[in-house]
Design a protein around this ligand. Structure first.
Ligand code: UDP
Length: 250
């Protein structure tokens, strides 16, 4: 079902953003397009949009219940959510509990090393530049975020990690790392935005020990492991068992 929506405002790799009847809110449609390695690898994954939308909605609600300010207003259809209109800060905010991925490609830190406290990494959100890793001084130099917002972003990202880790643990999933994006409303309020889904989190199944079998996230697509949508479906099934009814805007 496609809800009533205004003109297309923005189209990204995984989502489209449309105007809504409310001036300070927009409608986000989650697409089935999958991309990896800075969009060098592309595919259509049937049902990905619905799975990511439904998982994100429930995780945003969980975070709201724990007083994390998010852009989420409610679901309006299987693949659509209504959110507060924000200007996205062009930073990819990554929290890592276990070393893997780019951290292990770029440093000698061994795959699987536990990171406590979690490692907070910032990347510049720019496809043409390949989303480079930033230092705090470079963030200041770029001027993409106010100093008080940057410290709030780190606090919120760590808070999100503290909420999500036990939540996922309870459903036998280990949160390895994840990426967040933040935005600012016209009134200057900082909100958690974008999505939280197996496209943006690494989640390992605690019920499996095999290093590939346990992967329930986009690494299945990146590494050609197959069963990508089955894995996302399993994540939704377990998330749903804890958060059955998402808020509905209809
Ligand atoms: N991530 C993301 N979008 C990106 C880059 C990374 O959602 O453009 C997520 C990724 O899924 C993982 C975390 O951020 O959960 C850390 O990714 P990493 O830096 O290890 O990059 P990768 O190994 O995926 O290149």
């Amino acid at each position: 079902m496609t809800p009533d929506h205004g003109p297309l405002l923005y189209e990204g790799k995984a989502k489209r953003v449309f105007a809504s009847a409310e001036a300070d809110q927009v409608l986000v449609e989650f697409k089935n397009d999958a991309t990896a390695f800075n969009a060098q690898k592309k595919a259509q994954l049937v049902d990905k949009g619905r799975l990511n939308c439904q998982i994100s909605a429930r995780l945003f609600e969980l975070l709201e219940q724990h007083n994390v300010p998010t852009h989420y207003c409610g679901l309006v259809a299987d693949t659509w959510m209504q959110v507060q209109r924000v200007e996205i800060i062009p930073l990819e905010v990554v929290l890592r509990n276990v070393a893997t991925g780019s951290l292990c490609r770029q440093t000698p830190i061994a795959e699987g090393t536990a990171l406590d406290p979690a490692l907070f990494d910032l990347y510049y959100k720019d496809d043409a530049l390949g989303d480079p890793l930033l230092t705090e001084a470079r963030v200041q130099l770029l001027g993409v975020v106010k100093a008080d917002h940057l410290s709030a972003i780190e606090q919120l990202a760590r808070r999100v990690n503290e909420i999500l880790c036990p939540f996922f643990n309870a459903i036998d999933l280990q949160l390895i790392d994840f990426k967040l994006e933040f935005g600012v409303t016209s009134g200057g309020e900082l909100l958690l935005a974008d999505e939280i889904s197996p496209d943006t989190c690494r989640l390992w199944d605690r019920r499996r020990t095999d290093a590939n079998d346990r992967i329930l996230d986009k690494d299945r697509f990146r590494k050609d492991l197959g069963g990508v949508m089955e894995a996302y479906g399993e994540v939704l099934k377990r998330v749903q068992s804890q958060c059955p009814i998402p808020r509905n805007c209809l």
